[in-house]
Design a protein around this ligand. Structure first.
Ligand code: PLP
Length: 287
C-alpha cells in the first residue's frame, strides 16, 4: 500500500510524520474522508470545498491548489490500483516545537491514504443499527464550529466510547439544549408520516456531503423533506430512522435507547433511499 506523505509516495510501513507535528501534538489540522466508486472519486469537489473551508477557518494554508490536490488524490488511488476505496486526506499544521504557536510550524503536512473499504457489515444494512443517546454534547457552534472538520475529534471519540460501553452500534449526539444533532460521524434522519426530517446543521451537526446527496435524492423521488429541530422523543416515535455518511452511506436504525423503531425493522423509505443511492454511485459520470 502506497501512502502520499509530503510530496512522495512511500510504503505504508515507511510512512512517517514528525512527533513534533502539531497535528499529532495538538490535533491542529483538518481532514476529509472520501469514497471511490467504480474508479470515480465521489463528490470530490464538495469534499475539497469543505476541506479548504475548514483549513481557511483555522488559518491553515493548504500548500496546493484544489486542482493539484485533486491530482494527488487521483494518483494515490491509481498507484494503489483501487477501483473501490476509502480515501483519507489529512492536512496538519506540520512540524513545530512543543509550544502551541502555529507560527513555528513552517510547512503543513499533507497526507493521502487510499485503502480498500472496511464498512459496516452487510448484516447491519439488512437488520439495522441500535443507537443510544449519550451524555457527551456536540460542541457549540459559537465555541468551535462543527463545520470545521478538524483533527480534534475528542468529543466524537467520547461519544463512541459511551455508545460502545452501552452495547449499542452507534451514538445519538445531542446539543447543549437537548436537540438531536448527529451520530459520532454520521448525520441522522427520521421519517414521520411520509415526511423525511433531518436537523438543521446550525443546531450543531456537520453539513454532511452524503446528507446533502440524500436530500437531493429524496427530492428527486418526490418525498417531502424538512430540516427542523427534533428531540429524542421524536426519534423514539418516528416511523423510520437512518444515518448517512461517507463510510456508512445510508444505514437503517431499528432501536434507540431500548425503544424499537416501529416494528424494529428497517423502513421502506430508508431502503428506497439506500437502493437509489447505491444505483447513483455505481452509475458512471459522477466525477
Ligand atoms: N458528522 C460528522 C461529525 C462526521 O465526521 C461525518 C463524516 O464526515 C459526518 C457527519 C458525515 O458527513 P459526510 O457525509 O460528509 O461523510
Amino acid at each position: 500500500q502506497w501512502i502520499y506523505v509530503n510530496g512522495q509516495f512511500v510504503n505504508k510501513n515507511e510512512a512517517v510524520i514528525s512527533v513534533y507535528d502539531h497535528g499529532f501534538l495538538y490535533g491542529d489540522g483538518v481532514f476529509e474522508g472520501i469514497r471511490v466508486y467504480s474508479g470515480n472519486v465521489f463528490q470530490l469537489k464538495e469534499h475539497l470545498d469543505r476541506l479548504y473551508a475548514s483549513a481557511h477557518s483555522i488559518r491553515l494554508t493548504i500548500p496546493y491548489s484544489k486542482e493539484e490536490l485533486t491530482q494527488i488524490i487521483v494518483n494515490t488511488v491509481r498507484k494503489n490500483e483501487l477501483s473501490s476505496a476509502y480515501i483519507r486526506v489529512v492536512i496538519s499544521r506540520g512540524e513545530g516545537d512543543l509550544g502551541l504557536d502555529p507560527r513555528n510550524c513552517s510547512n503543513p503536512s499533507v497526507i493521502v491514504i487510499a485503502e480498500a473499504l472496511s464498512i459496516y457489515s452487510q448484516d447491519l444494512y439488512e437488520n439495522g443499527l441500535k443507537l443510544v443517546s449519550v451524555a457527551t454534547r456536540r460542541n457549540r457552534p459559537d465555541v468551535l464550529s462543527p463545520q470545521i472538520k478538524s483533527l480534534n475529534y475528542l468529543n466524537n471519540i467520547l461519544v463512541k466510547l459511551e455508545s460502545t460501553q452501552s452495547g449499542a452500534d452507534e451514538a445519538l449526539m445531542l446539543n447543549d439544549q437537548g436537540y438531536v444533532t448527529e451520530g459520532s460521524a454520521d448525520n441522522i434522519f427520521i421519517v414521520k408520516n411520509g415526511v423525511i426530517i433531518t436537523p438543521p446543521v446550525y443546531l450543531g451537526a456537520l453539513e454532511g456531503i452524503t446528507r446533502n446527496v440524500i436530500i437531493d435524492v429524496a427530492r428527486n423521488l418526490n418525498y417531502q423533506i424538512e430540516e427542523r429541530p427534533f428531540t429524542t422523543h421524536d426519534v423514539y416515535i418516528a416511523d423510520e430512522v437512518f444515518l448517512t455518511g461517507t463510510a456508512a452511506e445510508v444505514i437503517p436504525v431499528i432501536e434507540v435507547d431500548g425503544r424499537p423503531i416501529q416494528n424494529g425493522k428497517p423502513g421502506e423509505i430508508t431502503k428506497h433511499l439506500l437502493h437509489t443511492f447505491r444505483d447513483l454511485v455505481t452509475t458512471a459520470g459522477i466525477q
